[in-house]
Design a protein around this ligand. Structure first.
Ligand code: T3D
Length: 261
């Protein structure tokens, strides 16, 4: 166990906090391992039906810790290998989680930290937060899914501007561009994020999983394939206990009591 990622159990959800505040929560190998373990624990916990990801201190995450990349001469680090080992499995893991993830971007999100946030299901940001595709400043390529997600979220022109110019983007602009769900005043960001995570934790978790799968698949499917997929996923959704509960609650004019199944 380490304190590089704090994991806190709440009613129906867990809060995962990247916790290297003096380095703006930049990723070391050890922090990746800690996050992986925290995600394993959350998935193993059947009562955990949503996650809230955030950062300790004034930043969300400054991407790769560059002090781990010091001293290039004669000792080139194979960055393909570090993507294979850490960042790619993390992004795939988030996509494949059984529960939705709310990200509360409490401060600057740079490099892989920005793209980690954008890989989450619902992204909230503090008004003072910024998003920085820092990679071009270092001669690197946006990773952690950045080159995939950015054009889809903000379109070609803005994706190219963000990636090639590597300038910080204000949270309010990110919201206006449709890159994130919502901006909140700094003082209320965490309350709002908890409220959302708690609400998601009472929703039909299995159904939400199918929605996330459908939306992910739509990124590459044509309409015909997507219609077939909706048919198949709806078949599965229609066999869940939560669907039966949703219909019963509607007909009985009462709030549903979803169990996540
Ligand atoms: O290598 C691979 O495995 C490939 C994968 C790469 C993925 C990536 O993420 S590459 C991109 C890496 N990240 C960056 O390039 C961002 C670097 N950081 C910054 O540009 C700035 O720190 C920020 C714009 C994020 C914030 O600026 P500011 O002025 O608010 O804070 P600061 O003073 O720069 O940072 C505070 C401290 O955190 C400072 O340390 P100090 O001076 O107090 O001792 C700073 O050096 C440290 N810090 C911030 N980011 C990193 C970092 N230390 C190591 N690595 C960092 N990424």
């Amino acid at each position: 166990p380490t304190d590089l990622v704090l994991s806190e159990r709440r009613e129906g959800y867990r809060v995962l906090t990247l916790n290297r505040p003096d380095r703006l929560n930049a990723f070391t190998g050890a922090m990746h391992e800690a996050l992986r373990a925290a995600l394993d624990d959350a998935v193993a916990d059947e009562t955990c039906r949503a996650l809230l990801l955030t950062g300790a201190g004034r930043g969300f995450c400054a991407g790769q810790d560059l002090s781990e990349r010091r001293g290039g001469e004669g000792r080139a680090v194979d960055l393909s290998q570090t993507l294979d080992q850490y960042y790619n499995p993390l992004i795939r893991r988030l996509r494949d989680l059984p529960m939705p993830v709310v990200c509360a971007v409490n401060g600057v999100a740079a490099g892989a930290g920005a793209n980690l946030a954008l890989a989450c299901d619902i992204v909230l940001a503090a008004r003072s937060a910024t998003f920085l595709q820092a990679f071009a400043r270092l001669g690197l390529v946006p990773d952690a899914g950045g080159t995939w997600v950015l054009p889809r979220l903000v379109g070609r022109a803005r994706a190219r501007g963000l990636a090639l110019l590597a300038e910080p983007l204000a949270a309010e602009t990110a919201e206006a561009w449709g890159m994130i769900w919502r901006v909140h005043d700094d003082a209320v960001l965490m309350d709002e994020a908890h409220r959302l995570a708690a609400r998601l934790a009472t929703q039909p978790t299995a159904g939400l999983r199918l929605i996330r799968d459908a939306l992910d698949a739509s990124e590459t499917n044509d309409l015909d394939r997507q219609l077939d997929l909706e048919r198949d996923l709806q078949g599965r959704a229609g066999r869940t206990p939560d669907y039966r509960e949703g219909v019963a609650a509607f007909l009985e004019k009462r709030p549903p009591r979803f169990t996540g199944g």
